[in-house]
Structures are given as structure tokens and as C-alpha cells.
Design a protein around this ligand. Sequence first.
Ligand code: ZN
Length: 187
Amino acid sequence: MAEGEGFEAKLAERGAILRGHFQYASGRHGEIYVEKFRILQWPDLTEPFCRQMADHFRGQVNLVAGPTTGGIILSYETARHLGLRGIIAERKDEGEGREFKRGFEIGPGDRVLVVDDVLTTGGSIRDVIEAVRERGAEVAGVGVLIDRSGGKVDFGVPLFACMTLDIASYAAAECPICPTGAPLVVT
Ligand SMILES: [Zn+2]
């Protein structure tokens, strides 16, 4: 992590990384929660993250793509650093997955950097990877701001995370925070 501890402190100070007692979307409990739009609303936080992703993949890609909604900001800002186009993959109108709409040009010969904010299970990133391949383009790598998957997610392409958070989670019945009586925040 190039930005160092001062940067992580800044994220905490802006309320982007919260500590407490949380119930995640999975139903499990844990003590750290990342409120990603508390990063994305601040250009001075988002810009250095995107610069790191751009620097890591510079010369290896010719197009940047991200999933709505956070990916709109990340694709734009990362592409700006690379002097490339940044496009977005949106949910399909029917069925599962994502696709490129709005006349975005992407096809054979394109080498795409897929960007996203927080990597948890990797579902939305996988959808973008599929959308890229459906167009006949190649995914050259994946860049995320924060990997909180504990290194469990493998996309089969190079992954770069600006920051890695080791977030333990517990089945509700085994949560060590519950007995302390700390109020549970459902995320
Ligand atoms: Zn708990």
C-alpha cells in the first residue's frame, strides 16, 4: 500500500472504515465495515487510489471498465490517469449479469482493466469480466481499492488491490461481540 498508514487513518477519519458491531449482507457479524461512498464522495481519497491502479497496469491495457455505480467514478478517474477511455457495465434489463450499453465501443483486440471499489465476493467484477469477454475483448487485469475478501477470490487474471483489509466475520451464534452488548448495526 503506497499511501501508508496516514492514508488509512484518513479513511477512518472520514468514516469510510468503521469499527463497531456489524451484520453484513451475508448475515454474518464482524467489527469492521467499509462504507465505500464515504471514499468515492471525496476526490482527494479516490484520486490516489485510482492513480495506484493506473500506475500498476500502465502499458498493459487500452481500456478501463467498471460496474455501476461506484465503477462510474473509478473507471473515469483511472482512465484519466492512463489517457484512455473509461466505460461502464450496467445490469442487463433482463436476466442476470451485466452488459455494455450506451454505444460503448469494446471488442476484439481490446485489453481491458476492470476496476471496482470493495472486493468482497467478486460478483459484480465477475459480471464485468463476462461482459468484456462477450464482446470478444480480453481482460488484462482487475484493480480494486480495497480487498476485504481475505485473498479468497481468484478471477484467473492479475489482481491488484490498493489496500487489503483482513476482516474476520462470524456466524451470528458464534459472534464474540454480541455478548458485549454492543449495538448491532445491520449494513
Ligand atoms: Zn454479533
